[in-house]
Design a protein around this ligand. Structure first.
Ligand code: PMT
Length: 225
């Protein structure tokens, strides 16, 4: 059978890309498929954890084990509400979702029409900041892992994010390489904590997920979290 290393632990994971509505038919989003976050949820469940998954609509084509308690959300505000509702029950929180930093200031009630006047060959969208879910999560009573999707200087940005977001660990992945990161089967990452930087070589997201969870277990014990 599986090694029950996470028996008795409650793990809360977010997965997928948020969608920020512009009108009833359009949205702003990103390339996250949810594969990384859902792999973490599955490995945690196989290791005996009680798992809650908050997934976005962009992940709905991926199967999820029925033993995993799942909520589906769309926007960053909805994801924030779901994470805030559930964080109190979690020992380990992993934010693998790709969250839009901004949303439309106003969502049009009807489909926006193309302006056909010659002088109007431009459309300006006004955006407002979304809540920073990871930064706002309480950190005292659980071990909190964030991700960093970067296209350059991944370790330096991850170390900065560890401080600004107050996380215990940042999983930094380079999303400029199409064979890893967004939507691919594989990933490669650096696990950045207060005390070390550990490189994970390119492999399937299920393998990366187990390496992340193994590192979380060791560091959470060391930090008595
Ligand atoms: O889903 P896949 O196709 O498998 O792809 C996986 C992935 C590339 C999406 C994943 O591995 C990943 O990197 N997820 C985080 C993407 C992201 O939003 O990175 P960021 O650097 O913008 O944000 C940093 C951290 O803050 C993340 O943990 C993010 O969830 C969180 N955040 C960001 C903005 C915001 N308003 N609230 C947040 O909580």
């Amino acid at each position: 059978g599986f090694d029950q290393k996470l028996q008795g632990k409650r793990v809360l994971v977010s997965a997928g890309g948020t969608r920020e509505a512009l009108d009833p038919v359009r949205y702003l989003s990103n390339h996250s498929s949810g594969k990384m976050g859902i792999a973490i949820a599955h490995v945690a469940a196989m290791l005996g954890a009680e798992v809650s998954l908050v997934r976005t609509e962009s992940t709905l084509n991926l199967p999820v084990l029925p033993s995993i308690d799942t909520i589906t959300v769309s926007s960053a505000v909805e994801l924030n509400d779901a994470m805030t509702m559930q964080e109190g029950q979690a020992d380990i929180i992993i934010m693998a979702a790709a969250v839009s930093d901004y949303r439309a200031e106003e969502v049009a009630g009807q489909k926006m029409k193309k302006d056909k006047t010659q002088s109007k060959n431009r459309l300006n969208l006004s955006l407002v900041e979304n809540p920073d879910i990871l930064a706002n999560l309480p950190k005292a009573n659980h071990y909190v892992v964030g991700f960093a999707a970067e296209t350059q200087d991944v370790v330096a940005y991850a170390q900065a994010k560890l401080q600004t977001k107050g996380a215990d660990m940042i999983v930094a992945n380079d999303v400029s390489d199409r064979s890893i990161g967004f939507a691919s089967e594989d990933n490669a990452a650096y696990l950045v904590t207060q005390t070390e930087v550990k490189a994970l070589e390119k492999s399937n997201k299920m393998i990366i997920a187990s390496q992340i969870l193994a590192a979380v277990l060791i560091d959470s014990r060391a930090k008595k979290k």
